[in-house]
Ligand binder design. Structure first.
Ligand SMILES: [Zn+2]
Length: 300
């Protein structure tokens, strides 16, 4: 009887001893808690996206973008994109730049996102120029039978100036989920299993990614904003969340930079000048360097 009880106790204790570490491992295992932490993570590929584009080959898309009095968005963004590509490759050793558009022709937004995802970009930087829509005003131009005759005219609003940073808004998260899923399926270094949309663990993981990309996008936008305002002394409309298709389909931190208001004469001159373009590029590069140092240190 005594022997049996002792045996049971020893058996029970050894059972506890062997199972306890397993249980505690299962509960506090860092891999289980944060599968996203990727040790030794490095920013290796940056996608540079020149907004809009023409239809010079006579086929395909046409997305002219905003225009100023003598220049247009699609030409300015391409010029800045080429300068940015050169500067990143010069200043950030070992970082590859992939351009979503390197000719004057437009590229559909879905293709831009596909290029970004296929090249496994670590960052997506979309370059655009802003413009304010004209104001419609109604004025009395005469009288007919003692009643005023109105005419509606559009007056250009050139009051917008400076930069604006856009990150994706949450209301487009379905598309983003799909992009993250597709990117994860090909990438088994970050995750052991393919995400199953019905599996609660996959859903948690997906949400973690969404949260992480959003956080990193906002962080990069803040760094960019600081450079534009504090280093270059430019006005900023700040950081906004907006549903932008190309950003939502890119499974990586992504920021859309409105580099200036092309329909404001001062901004248009700045956006078209060598000095202005170089200043914008230098600010973006400094922000990327800060961003890169931060995420790479965090993952060590
Ligand atoms: Zn644009």
């Amino acid at each position: 009887m005594k022997n049996k009880a002792l045996k049971r106790l020893i058996y029970g204790l050894s059972f506890l001893l062997t199972t306890l570490p397993v249980f505690s491992f299962a509960i506090s295992s860092p891999e289980k808690q944060d599968t996203i932490v990727n040790n030794g993570y490095k920013v290796k590929t940056i996608i540079v996206d020149a907004g809009h584009g023409g239809q010079h080959s006579g086929v395909g898309h046409f997305s002219p973008g905003a225009s100023g009095s003598y220049s247009n968005e699609r030409t300015v963004t391409l010029a800045i994109a080429f300068k940015l590509q050169k500067a990143i490759e010069k200043e950030l050793e070992g970082v590859k730049v992939v351009m979503t558009r390197s000719t004057e022709d437009d590229v559909a937004w879905q293709k831009r996102a596909d290029i970004a995802n296929a090249n496994k970009g670590d960052l997506f930087i979309s370059l655009h120029c802003n413009s304010l829509p004209g104001r419609r005003i109604r004025e009395v131009v005469g009288h007919k039978h003692h009643k005023p005759v109105y005419r509606t005219t559009e007056v250009a609003d050139r009051s917008g100036k400076g930069v604006l940073l856009l990150v994706y808004g949450f209301h487009r998260s379905k598309e983003e989920e799909k992009a993250i899923k597709e990117n994860l399926i090909e990438d088994d270094t970050e995750m052991n299993t393919n995400p199953d949309p019905n599996d609660p663990e996959s859903i948690i993981l997906m949400n973690e990614y969404k949260r992480k990309y959003r956080k990193q996008s906002i962080h990069l936008a803040e760094l960019l904003n600081t450079e534009f305002t504090e280093t270059d002394g430019r006005h900023s409309d700040g950081i906004r969340e907006q549903g932008i298709l190309v950003l939502c389909h890119s499974a990586m931190p992504a920021v859309l930079v409105e580099t200036g208001y092309i329909n404001n004469p001062d901004d248009e001159a700045y956006l078209n000048s060598e000095n202005g373009q170089n200043e914008i590029v230098a600010s973006i590069v400094r922000a990327i360097i800060n961003y890169k140092a931060g995420v790479e240190q965090a993952s060590q």
